[in-house]
Write a protein that binds this ligand. Structure first.
Ligand code: E4P
Length: 223
């Protein structure tokens, strides 16, 4: 499973990269706004700064909602760096744009996926990634993990080459459940990636090992 970090915060991206387990980054207009990034020049420079940290796969989302606008913006984004993946919303115009970019060999991430039908349509159009939003489905008492399971079942019947990028992940169990289903990618906050390392038995086990070592060596704990 690939791990992407879901943020536009450069320090968090660097921290995830330094862990040595990061495969990519996803951003969206809300995450860019949260970092106070506004204006075309600043937005482009920020995407470039992200690309300079990571090895590949930086999703940058178009703002336009019409086909021509998405194509224009997507081409500008793709020109920033070969690591850019053009992120396009799941709409009729978006599907046309996904098809356009896939026929040009430019990678796309079709976002705001909430149904199997949407996932299937984006895969047919040649999306590199589809992003089903788990947390937002859970928020309305639907099953985010259930959607991943259904999409996986459909994709396993065919050979689209489209990867399932689980998005809107809120906690470690979302990620673990997606991994159990064989999803290709999970994009998560830094806290979720780091949270995978936590277990109270690890903490108490390590404390005991260090205490026993210190006692056998007449040394302070940790020495
Ligand atoms: C990533 O591609 C999505 O934009 C993001 O995961 C959405 O997460 P949220 O539902 O927590 O805003």
């Amino acid at each position: 499973m690939k791990f992407f970090i879901d943020t536009a915060n450069l320090s968090e991206i660097q921290a995830a990269y330094d862990l040595g387990v990061l495969d990519g980054v996803t951003t969206n207009p809300s995450l860019m706004a949260k970092e106070g990034i506004a204006g075309e020049e600043n937005v482009m420079a920020h995407y470039k700064a992200i690309c300079d940290i990571v090895d590949d796969k930086v999703s940058a989302e178009v703002i336009a909602t019409d086909f021509e606008g998405m194509v224009r913006e997507g081409e500008e984004l793709a020109a920033i760096d070969p690591k850019i993946v053009v992120k396009i919303p799941m709409t009729k115009e978006g599907i046309k744009a996904v098809k356009y970019f896939s026929s040009k060999g430019i990678r796309t991430n079709c976002t705001l996926i909430f149904s199997v039908g949407q996932a299937l349509l984006a895969a047919k159009a040649g999306a590199t990634y589809i992003s089903p939003f788990l947390g937002r489905l859970d928020d309305i008492s639907a099953s985010g993990v259930g959607l991943i399971q259904e999409i996986k079942q459909v994709f396993d019947n065919y050979d689209f080459g489209t990867e399932i990028l689980c998005a809107s992940i809120r906690h470690t169990m979302h990620l673990v459940e997606c991994a159990k289903l064989g999803a290709d990618v999970a994009t998560c906050p830094l806290s979720v990636i780091v949270g995978l390392s936590n277990h109270p038995l690890t903490d108490s086990g390590l404390a005991k090992f260090l205490a026993d070592h210190a006692s056998a060596n007449n040394a302070p704990v940790g020495a």
